[in-house]
Write a protein that binds this ligand. Sequence first.
Ligand code: CP
Ligand code: NVA
Length: 305
Amino acid sequence: MENFVSLTELSADEIWTVLNKAVKLKQEWKSGGNRPILKGKILALVFQKPSLRTRVSFDVGMLHLGGNALYLSPNEIGLGGRESVPDVARVLSGYVDGIMARTFSHDHIVQLAEYASVPVINGLSDFNHPCQAMGDFLTILEHKGTLDGITLTYVGDGNNVARSLMFTAAKLGVNFNIATPEGYEIEQEYVTLAENDAAASGATLQFFHDPVAAVTGSDVIYTDVWTSMGQEAEAKKRLAVFPPYQVNDELVAHAKDDVIVMHCLPAHRGEEITDSVADGAHSVLFPQAENRLHAQKGILALLMA
Ligand code: CP
Ligand code: NVA
C-alpha cells in the first residue's frame, strides 16, 4: 500500500490489515499510549473544503504516534489555481513525509498521488471518502463483534460516502443495501465494479427506491446529508425530493431490534436524521466519529512508519 486513495484499489486482505492495525493502536492508546512510531514525521493536511473530524483526527493521530501535522487551509495553496496540482505534489514532497488532501475534484487526489514521492491519503473528494469507510467498518466490527452476515443499509443520496461504503462492503463480504430517490442512485459503472468484488466475496448488493424495503431486516442503517459540500446550488431542489428518505423512529422500527444507526456527520438534524434517532438508543454516531481517529492511525502507521 503506497497511497490511500480509493478502496477499489485495495484487496480485502489489505483492508483487513488496516482494520487490524487500527484495533491494535486503539487498544494500545486506551491502555496508556502509543509508541512514537512516526517520530519526526510530518503530515501535510491540504483542505479545499471545511472539516471538523478529518482535520482534528489526522492532526491528533499524528501527535499520538509521535509526529506532527501541518494544516493548510483552502485559501493557502490554491490547489490547481495558484499552482498546478503536480507542482504542489512535488513541492510538498520535499518538505513533508505524507499528504492528506480533501478536494472537490477526485482527479486532484489522483494527480497528487501520481506526482508526490510521499504517501497520499484521500480525506474526501466528490467521488469517495475512504477514511470514513474505514472508521465505519471498525465501528460495525466493535458493535456487532463480526462483519460476517451483517447487512448495512444506506438511506439517502448515492454520494461519496455511499460509494465508499459500497466498495468496502463488497470487498469484505458485507451485504449492502441502498435506498435512494430516483436520479440519485450510485452510477452504474461503480455498481459494476462493486458487483465484481461482491461476486468474489459473497456479499449481496441490493438497490432500492423504497427505504422501508431496504432497511427491513438490517443490522446497520446509515445516512448522510442530502446536499454535500460543493452541491449547495442544488440544496433547495434536493430538500423537496429527499424527505421520504429521512431516518426517523418509524423507519428504524423496520430494521432488526438491535440495529445500529450511523451517520458520518456533520448531520442536518431534522432533515436526513431526526434528533430522536441521532440521540436515541440505536445511535452510534459519536463512537463512530471517534473511530475516524483510530482507523486513520492504522492507515498512517502502515503508510508512514
Ligand atoms: N465525516 C467527516 O469527514 O467530517 P468532517 O467533514 O468534519 O471532516
Ligand atoms: N457527503 C458529505 C460528507 C461530509 C463528511 C459531503 O461530501 O459533504
